[in-house]
Design a protein around this ligand. Structure first.
Ligand code: CA
Length: 364
């Protein structure tokens, strides 16, 4: 017979486990999976990456084949790598117009269409991958992203996270703000705009031309991603100083569907896409963590010197970031709205990040 004390103890444990599994018990609008196997839909999905591009390209291929499997082949995904059907940055317009059904790319590539798009990838001194996921999933980020992309007939999903990116490869050591003046550097996005305020001359070059430009001193520096992909580009052979990151702390890629195509799918298929996108986002992040670690060995063996930017540069870059944000908020109501959401979320969330993971890392 269970006495009162044991009963109370057991109830407390059951109560806790119900609370913990609260998310998975969330009511679904779907009563059961009901796939019409006779209706097969092909999704023509273009990417911004070359065929078999490590981690990003292989990630979207894996997403596609797994989506086909779980949908019992009712969804067939045909992946078109960069330049097969479209140039790398042609995918947004093509999906918006319905010329393709979906794409895999990064939102900040299309900031020319709307400055707010920067923020759905990430921003300098901004959110880590974990914080970005929290903002998108639980902090109103996804609702804003969907609302904004709907204006372009698009439905976005999380498409992977690169985790923190490195600050880049420099041919000369950077010891002061003075050393940045006139420096020709390949650095896109908000990071480039911030560095430009500190005297850097941001240069945009196609990926295939960066190595030669660095070797021939047409470029003084370049950022790319992290050890995993940087070492494949061979930057360690032509630049000695490898600086830690500040400008892309947790860049999220995007998996985006043409709205009409997405709406034509069954509820079960939509749910499968969402689940597969969550998996893509998580597995790409873990792959970057594992591959960056492996590639660190290549960086070390190359004799590269790993450095962190001097404090005066980081302090000035933070100030410049605020100027960039103010200018963009004054020009674009969309940017202002999304920035306020992201910035407010980060200000609150960093309290837990600092108390939780930061304190732990310092004590490990
Ligand atoms: Ca980058």
């Amino acid at each position: 017979m269970i006495d009162k004390r044991t009963f109370l103890k057991t109830s407390a444990i059951i109560g806790a486990s119900v609370a913990l599994s609260g998310c998975s018990k969330e009511k679904s609008s779907l009563k059961s999976i009901n796939i019409n196997k006779n209706k097969k839909t092909t999704i023509r999905l273009a990417t911004s990456w070359p065929a078999n591009f490590p981690i990003m390209g292989t990630g979207i291929e894996r997403f596609s084949s797994r989506l086909e499997t779980i949908s019992q082949d009712t969804l067939r995904v045909k992946v078109y790598p960069k330049n097969v059907l479209l140039p790398a940055l042609g995918v947004f317009d093509a999906a918006s117009a319905g010329a393709i059904d979906a794409y895999h790319s990064a939102s900040y590539f299309y900031k020319g269409k709307n400055e707010a798009f920067n923020l759905f990838t990430g921003f300098p001194f901004g959110m880590t991958a974990t914080e970005m996921n929290a903002w998108i999933d639980n902090g109103g980020g996804m609702e804003l992203w969907r609302e904004l992309y709907a204006k372009y007939n698009l439905v976005p999903f999380k498409g992977g996270n690169t985790d923190v990116q490195m600050g880049g490869w420099f041919k000369k050591e950077i010891n002061s703000l003075e050393d940045l003046k006139g420096l020709k550097m390949r650095i896109p996005g908000l990071g480039g705009e911030v560095f430009s305020k500190l005297g850097v001359k941001p240069v945009l070059l196609p990926a295939g031309e960066i190595y030669l430009a660095l070797e021939r001193n047409v470029l003084d520096a370049t950022e790319w991603l992290g050890p995993s992909l940087d070492t494949k580009m061979g930057f360690q052979k032509v630049a000695k100083y490898y600086y830690t990151g500040w400008h892309e702390p947790g860049s999220m890629l995007s998996l985006v569907f043409n709205q009409k195509k997405f709406n034509s799918l069954g509820d079960e298929q939509k749910m499968m896409i969402e689940m597969a996108s969550n998996e893509l986002n998580a597995t790409m992040n873990s792959e970057f963590q594992a591959e960056n670690t492996k590639a660190l060995k290549v960086v070390e063996e190359s004799g590269a010197v790993i450095k962190t930017f001097p404090k005066e540069i980081l302090v000035s870059a933070k100030k410049a970031m605020l100027e960039v944000v103010t200018e963009k908020s004054n020009k674009s109501a969309d940017f202002k709205k999304v920035w306020e959401s992201a910035d407010t979320f980060l200000r609150e969330n960093r309290k837990w990040t600092d108390m939780g993971i930061k304190t732990y890392l310092e004590s490990r």
